[in-house]
Design a protein around this ligand. Structure first.
Ligand code: SAM
Length: 223
């Protein structure tokens, strides 16, 4: 029976893809990708010739029904994002929900997601954690941090390098200067780095050494 597959792709190192992910991408009738040019680099590396269509957050709510109709008509569709697992701070949720509502089988493959290596690498408790994704850029940012003030689980945030120092300073103000944290940058890539310490140490460090690349912030929960 035809279905929707959600297929995780590498977050940097092209070798971080499962044999099954390659097989599903080869066998699908159609691959939906956030950025088709970006996807073609990965697909050509693995000699995958499946047709690729664009699917991003700006058209997801409009296109979900049409994609579900294609799957119902017999096509198997594989959704990928630019990096990591679709649906994790990436398009995917609306399409999955539409398929679930219509009784279309959905299968998500296990694979890369930036927050897992960042969490484990942090050395902070990983038995219980909460994934917060990106903080709002403007409105609601402060409120969101305030709501996490008494969170006891380890917290995970995605952040851009341009807002890292600001985020660490805001977190220091809400959670306290001494709260332990870690910043993982460019995971799986050549300049991969994880820096651990208090929020104030990390914000001072990155103020003096402006960061580049992709970033995950891990913050210890409130004791
Ligand atoms: N779907 C992805 C996942 O499963 O992790 C997340 C996509 S989200 C649009 C992109 C954000 O993920 C980046 O801004 C960064 O916070 C994080 N990220 C992605 N790749 C990363 C990497 N190689 N190193 C550190 N963070 C990364």
């Amino acid at each position: 029976m035809s279905k929707l597959f959600l297929v995780p792709t590498p977050i940097g190192n092209l070798k971080d893809i499962t044999l099954r992910a390659i097989e599903i991408l080869e066998q699908a009738d159609l691959i939906l990708a956030e950025d088709t040019r970006h996807a073609r680099k990965l697909l050509s590396h693995y000699h995958i010739e499946t047709p690729v269509h664009s699917h991003h957050m700006y058209n997801e709510h409009k296109s979900a029904d049409a994609i579900a109709a294609k799957i119902s008509a017999g096509q198997t569709v594989a959704l990928i994002s630019d990096a990591g697992t679709p649906g994790i701070s990436d398009p995917g949720f609306l399409l999955v929900r539409t398929c679930v509502e219509k009784g279309i089988p959905v299968k998500t493959l296990p694979g890369p997601a930036a927050f897992i290596p960042a969490l484990i690498n942090s050395g902070l408790p990983c038995d219980r954690f909460c994934f917060e994704g990106f903080l709002p850029q403007k409105k609601g940012r402060q409120k969101k941090l305030e709501a996490l003030r008494s969170e006891t689980r380890t917290m995970i945030f995605y952040e851009s390098p341009f807002r890292l120092v600001r985020a660490l300073e805001e977190m220091s103000a809400v959670f306290g200067n001494d709260r332990q944290a870690s910043v993982s940058r460019e995971l799986t890539k050549i300049y991969e780095e994880t820096l651990r310490g208090s929020l104030i140490f990390l914000s001072d460090h990155y103020k003096n050494n402006p960061p580049k690349g992709e970033i995950v912030i891990i913050v210890a929960g409130n004791k």
